[in-house]
Each structure stands twice: as structure tokens, then as C-alpha cells.
Design a protein around this ligand. Structure first.
Ligand code: F0G
Length: 468
């Protein structure tokens, strides 16, 4: 396409553009411009897909569904089979590990625990690198290839790094990851080493790593794959489409996700919104975001909103008060200054959901209950079930409503946490109101410690009897 034609197409809304989400700015930029924030006002960018054009495509839902049975690599990816909604041409050098297509399970024990008749969980831990990040990394790394980047980088609490390392390896790109030293689960670190990334352990926390990333982003040969990158969000939004497909296009009342850097909640909001605008659904689910108490800047902001600020079309607050020293054993979401908070807040306000925080004890017990359903997940993911329980108790969710929790990472992502919980040695250092640190054990309500059993049949049977 010539530049002139591309510009006209851009103006008439027939091609995807990058658009600043700040309503007073709303500047647009070409899809192949390597930018992460609005060059005009510094606001966050999002991809605008020409949805009007798609409205004339017949049987989109049937087309997406049929692709699941095809042998084409793009069709077998749970992201690229929705490619009509992705900002790439047919000839794009797709970098895929066949991500997506993750299960939606019934979780009856979790439902009972939370006070619901039924609860379903969408297990994004069943992705190639065992977290939801893969659905966004396939599109971000494809874009990196298109832009001719030499190196892809990210700051991470572990999962983004593992995912980027894997996709960069597939794409034969150099990968550098910035991790807060000593604050990453060894299992996630192991993945990044194995996939061949340059692992930089930074003396600081995740927010320090994120600051360094924005400095590196000035270099054209380096491409940032954190969720400020709107191409990440494009891949991750397909989870909403896949979920709707699994629900027979019957919209759940609530979709609940953990909140860290806030890319996931932003992406789901965008996915559902686009389905509504295409007329493929007739309402939006309420999106609720759950944070860990010690790392909950957006839950604090949300709790402080005045009733008049809850209107979806109100201008978003300009600032968020960061948590200077975020704390939680759910290290994946140990983040004090989330970069995508505006997009996430917008999605929650538009859908009339909630943003709340849950305690370490609540996360730990919810995680064990998810395990008892035979599903399992990492600690950050369990904020969902803990949050749902709290929302039900607060009357914000009702027993008979349809609720989906998005589990973001696999149980094996953090085996140390699991072992400590079940052996009764999980301990958390919190800060008292006086500002002093206080360390205390978490008494798990659903502990299941291994026991030493003699090597005889009788001893084994006795052990089984005692646990009936
Ligand atoms: N759950 C898990 C397992 C995560 O790894 C993350 C984020 C989240 C939830 C929160 O998602 O940031 O989109 O709100 N992990 C990032 C990382 C920060 O570096 O792996 P979010």
C-alpha cells in the first residue's frame, strides 16, 4: 500500500491505527510506528480496529469456530484464529507457539467456598509457557519482527519474562529481561534461562525495572514487550472472544481477573467491548479486578472515587498514588505503580465492575481450594476466587449469577509457596499501622502436609484410614 493510500485509509477508518486513549488528545498514529506512549501528550495508546468494515463479514463466529479444526498453524493458535480483529496483514511473519485454546472448567468446590451456585474458571495457565502472557507475546513478538527489531526487552515479575524469552527464541531475536533480584519464583527464572534470554537481575523492585525499560525504549533496535505495548493487548483481548465462544456467546454476568500491571484487565475490557460494537453480544460482563492488599494502588483509588466519578464516560483521574514498597507473597502482582491502570479503570467503570483487595490469608486459602477442584494455579491467580468470595459477601455478586474467574498462571509456577502453605510454614511480613514490619505465619485452613509413613502396607492403610 502506498503511503498516500495508507493515509486515506487511516482517515476513513478502513485500516487499524494506534490511538491515544486520552479523550482530549485522541491523536492517531500509523500501525508500524514504533511508539509506546502518545508522542503528542504522553497518554497510553491502544489499537483501533476498523470494526465497521468487519460488520459486513458474514458468519464471523462460525469462521472462527471452524478454524479450530484446521491444520494451519495460525488457525491452531487460539489467538490468530481471531485474526480479523488483529492489526496484521495476511503476510505477517506470525511467531506462534500455538497459544490460547485454554480450558474453561467448572469449579464446584470453589463455587461453594465463594457462596455461588456455580463458578467457572478459564485456565490461562494452560498456555505454552504456563501463563496468560503467551496470548499477548505472540502478537508483540510478531510486531517486533515486522519492525525489524534486534532485541526484545521487558521488565517482569517472572511470567512476562518467561513468555517473552520463549517467543524471542522462536523468532531468533535477542531477548533481555529485567527482574527484581530475589523476588522471582525460581520456576519462572528457570524458564527464562532455558529459553536463552539475557537475564538481568536488578537491585530494586518491579517498578524500578519498569522505569529502566522506558529508558531503553528510546533505542530503535530495542522493542519493549511489556503491556504498555498495545500489540500485547491485541493478542490478550482474544481471551474474551475465546471465552464467549466457550459460553456459547452467552455473556457471563461477571468476569474476574487479578490485577498487577493491569494489562490483562485492559485487554479483556477491549475484547468484550469490540464484540459488543460488532453486535456479536448484546451486553458486557461486569469486569472486576482483584489486587493483593499490600500492592493495591488501583483498589485504593477505586475505593476513594466519589459516586459522580463512577459514570463510565467521565474523564479518568490523571494520577494514581503508587505504593512505594509493594508487598505480597503473590510475587507476580507485587507491583506498586501499574502502567496500564487507566485502561483497566476505564474497563471496570464501563462495565460496572469492582476493584478490591484481598489479604494474604484469603489468597492462600483460595489457592488451596482451587487445587481441591483438581485445577490449581499460582498465588496471584487465586486472588480471583478470594475476591469473588468477598464480593458475594458484600452483595456485589449474587449466588445465582454466572461468574468466570480467569486463572492466570499454572500451579507449578510457584512450588515453594505451595509447599510452605501445606506444611504450615508460609509466613508474611506485613506493615502495621505504626509503620513497623511484622512477620507472621499464615495458618492455612486447607493444609495438606506430607507425612512420614513406614514402608509397610499396614502403615499406609492406617494413614489412609486416619485421613478419611
Ligand atoms: N497473574 C499472573 C500469574 C501474573 O504473572 C500477572 C502479571 C498478573 C496476574 C497480573 O496481570 O499485570 O496484566 O495485571 N505478571 C507480570 C509479569 C507483571 O511480569 O509477569 P496484569
Amino acid at each position: 500500500m502506498s503511503d498516500a493510500i495508507a493515509k486515506t485509509a487511516q482517515k476513513t477508518g478502513t485500516t487499524a491505527v494506534q490511538r491515544c486513549i486520552v479523550p482530549a488528545c485522541a491523536a492517531t498514529f500509523g500501525i508500524r510506528e514504533q511508539i509506546y506512549l502518545c508522542p503528542r501528550c504522553g497518554g497510553p495508546l491502544e489499537i483501533e480496529i476498523p470494526l465497521e468494515l468487519l460488520k459486513s463479514v458474514p458468519d464471523l463466529r462460525e469462521r472462527w469456530h471452524a478454524r479450530a479444526a484446521s491444520q494451519d498453524a495460525r488457525d491452531r493458535s487460539g489467538v490468530w484464529r481471531f485474526r480479523e480483529l488483529l492489526p496484521f496483514d495476511d503476510g505477517a511473519p506470525v511467531v506462534t507457539l500455538l497459544e490460547g485454546n485454554t480450558p474453561l472448567y467448572d469449579a464446584p468446590r470453589c463455587a461453594k467456598y465463594a457462596g455461588l451456585t456455580m463458578l467457572r474458571v478459564k485456565h490461562q495457565g494452560c498456555n505454552p509457557t504456563a501463563s496468560f502472557k503467551d496470548t499477548g507475546m505472540t502478537t508483540a513478538v510478531t510486531q517486533a519482527k515486522l519492525l525489524g527489531a534486534r532485541t526484545v526487552v521487558c521488565a517482569s515479575t517472572g511470567n512476562t519474562a518467561a513468555s517473552l524469552a520463549a517467543y524471542a527464541a522462536r523468532a531468533e531475536l535477542q531477548c533481555a529481561i529485567l527482574l527484581p533480584q530475589g523476588q522471582i519464583s525460581p520456576a519462572k527464572l528457570a524458564q527464562s534461562m532455558d529459553y536463552g534470554a539475557v537475564v538481568c537481575e536488578i537491585a530494586g523492585n518491579f517498578d524500578d525495572c519498569m522505569r529502566l525499560i522506558s529508558e531503553l525504549g528510546d533505542l530503535p533496535s530495542i522493542y519493549i514487550a511489556n503491556s504498555i505495548n498495545p500489540f500485547r493487548i491485541e493478542g490478550q483481548k482474544t481471551v474474551a472472544l475465546e471465552l464467549l465462544e466457550q459460553c456459547g456467546w452467552c455473556v457471563p454476568d461477571h468476569v474476574v481477573v487479578p490485577g498487577g500491571n493491569m494489562g490483562n484487565s485492559s485487554a479483556l475490557g477491549k475484547g468484550f467491548e469490540e464484540m459488543l460494537r460488532l453486535g456479536l453480544i448484546d451486553r458486557l460482563p461486569k469486569i472486576s479486578v482483584i489486587q493483593a492488599e499490600g500492592s493495591a494502588p488501583l483498589a485504593h483509588l477505586f475505593a476513594g472515587l466519589k459516586p459522580s466519578e463512577f459514570a463510565a464516560d467521565r474523564a479518568l483521574p490523571d494520577e494514581i498514588a503508587p505504593v512505594a514498597n509493594p508487598r505480597t507473597l503473590a510475587t507476580a502482582i507485587k507491583i506498586g505503580a501499574p502502567v496500564s491502570w487507566k485502561k483497566a479503570l476505564r474497563a471496570v467503570l464501563r462495565t460496572h465492575g469492582s476493584i478490591i483487595a484481598v489479604s494474604e490469608q484469603e489468597i492462600a486459602d483460595a489457592k488451596a481450594i482451587i487445587g481441591r477442584d483438581g485445577i490449581g494455579c499460582e498465588p496471584a491467580s487465586a486472588t480471583t476466587v478470594a475476591g469473588i468470595r468477598k464480593l458475594v459477601a458484600a452483595g456485589k455478586m449474587h449466588a445465582g449469577e454466572s461468574v468466570v474467574a480467569v486463572l492466570t498462571g499454572h500451579v507449578l509456577k510457584d512450588p515453594d509457596y505451595v509447599g510452605h502453605y501445606h506444611r504450615g510454614t508460609l509466613s508474611f511480613e506485613s506493615v502495621t499501622e505504626q509503620g513497623t514490619a511484622k512477620s507472621g505465619p499464615i495458618a492455612g485452613a486447607f493444609r495438606n502436609a506430607p507425612e512420614k509413613v513406614a514402608a509397610t502396607k499396614e502403615a499406609i492403610l492406617k494413614s489412609l484410614e486416619s485421613r478419611r
